[in-house]
Every structure is written in structure tokens, then in C-alpha cells.
Design a protein around this ligand. Sequence first.
Ligand SMILES: Nc1ncnc2c1ncn2[C@@H]1O[C@H](COP(=O)(O)OP(=O)(O)OP(=O)(O)O)[C@@H](O)[C@H]1O
Length: 306
Amino acid sequence: MSQAPVVRLQNVTKVIGKRTIIDGVSFEVRPGEVFGFLGPNGSGKTTTIRMIVGLMGMTAGDIHIGEHSVRSDFPKAIVQVGAIVENPEMYKFLTGYQNLMHYARMNPSITKERIQEVVELVGLQGRIHDKVKKYSLGMRQRLGVAQAVMHKPKLLVLDEPTNGLDPAGIRELRDYLRRLAQDEGTAVVVSSHLLSEMELMCDRVAILQNGKIIDVRSIRGQDNDVKTLEEVSFDVDHPDAALGILEGLGNGKIVDGLLNLSSDRAGVAALNRRLVEAGINVYGIRVKTKSLEDQFLEMTGSETIG
Ligand SMILES: Nc1ncnc2c1ncn2[C@@H]1O[C@H](COP(=O)(O)OP(=O)(O)OP(=O)(O)O)[C@@H](O)[C@H]1O
């Protein structure tokens, strides 16, 4: 995690009328990372994304793309971004290739080789010379991504990219986003209200509710395995003292005389060792693995997430 972030949001706030739509949102995304922005409908995902790409101003806070502020240095910030925020504009009566050529002409740095590269990246090589009107939604989506990354942006932003895609289309999207992150080091920000998709696609997710980030967590460890979170209960002789010893770790709480904490698997052993070393007697440890879905539902109350 030593690389400088590609995008950094600091206390981003948006007030419309008297309503605070986005309330002090901060996070950063590093090169090669696929970052999910997850929240129920109306939680503020689109508004945040519109601010990242400069389609909407901020009331307070700032967003940096690389070292350039979206507020004070917008032209330099935005050239490093590729985005699909609304439906990508395509000429339906032109072929996929002609559409890409059309956009490439606006940017002399894009070579024919680069166009070929992005076509392969999104897996459209077999159909790139067909007219766009014959494309499925998934293929249009891919063409949109190809177009958005032709200029090799450091950051790719996609708002609800899975909307309307079937499971095969979602799997393909996931594969080429990961490829883009790995091969080109692009930082990718995707929003969705569907946790199941985010779990498959992202390295980390931020969970947004009522305009606030209520949690940011890693989904994949360095080994690329999906991480699970454990809820641990320690049965100890002095729960209050144990809570003090583990202060600041795992959001500890005492429930029914047991010390409950959140941890990953390796952390459970470390927490136990710390207690024992501090002279606490541990009579039992119960570990419950919670899926991200359980956690998300708990955090956001009863709101459905699909
Ligand atoms: N221009 C606006 N004026 C007033 N309220 C707005 C405006 N834009 C968004 N909102 C409100 O801000 C909140 C967040 O909206 P936003 O579209 O960002 O949420 P979202 O998480 O993207 O949800 P969805 O997935 O439904 O689009 C909503 O309550 C919405 O009604």
C-alpha cells in the first residue's frame, strides 16, 4: 500500500437546498485496485460519482485525482479519468470500431494499436466490425468501457455498470475490470446496490448509507482470496478488564458477560494471545463467520440490497 492514491476524497460534502445529500465522505483508491461503492438506492452513490468526475460541484471538501484537485485544477484532474456515468453515447448505425475511431480522432495520442488493445481487453474482437445497433446491452457496455479507457486513464469510474446485465455479462464485466486493474494498473471505482456483485468484483468496498460512509473494508486478502469476517466471543474471567486490554481492537462489546469482537481469522489467535499474556483466563472462544451480506444488512438496517 505504498503507492500514492489515484483518487482521494477528503470530507466531500454536498448540500442541496437544506438537505445534506453527501456528508463528509473520505476514501482513497490506489493503482490496480477495484473499489466498490455500495449502498441502497438513494444513499448517494451517483451524487458522489458525479462529483468525482466533475459533473456536479462540491459544497465542501475536495477530491484529488493524482495530485490535481478537482476543485482548483479540474482540466489536469479530469484528463486522468475515464468514466461511464450515464449511458455511453454511441452511434448505433456505425460499427463498434467506427465509434472508437470517432472518439480516437479527438485525442491524437490514441494509436490504432491502442484501439486494438482495448478491443481485446473487453473481449469485443469478434464483433467490433458489427453495427452497434446489433449489440446486446453487455456488448454496448464493453464498448463504452473500451472507449472510456482508450486514453489510458489512471482512474476508471463506472456508475451501476451491472444494471441490466445478465449473470454472464456481469461475469465478463468483472473479468475485464480485473484485467484492466492488473494489466494497466488502472484504479477502478464501481458503484452498485448489489452486494453479491461487489463481492465478486472488488478488492475493497465502501458502504454508503444516507450520504455517509459507514464502513470501508477489504474483500480480498493479498492472496486474492475472499476474506471473511469472524465475530468472536471470548468467555473470560474479567470481561471489563479484557475489554480494556483489547481497547481499540475489533469494536469490542460486552454482551451477556461475554466479550464480543470482530476480527479476521488470524486476528482471533492474536486477540486470544494478548488476553492470556495479560493474565486473563480464557474459558472459551466462539467464532461465527459472517458473510459480507450479513454485515451489510446489519449495518444498513432492514433495507434490501437486492
Ligand atoms: N439534484 C438533486 N436535488 C435534490 N435532491 C437530490 C438531487 N440529486 C440527488 N438528490 C437526492 O440525493 C439522494 C442521493 O441520490 P443518489 O442518486 O446519489 O443516490 P444513489 O445511491 O445513486 O441511488 P440510486 O441508485 O437510486 O441512483 C437521494 O435522496 C436523492 O433524492
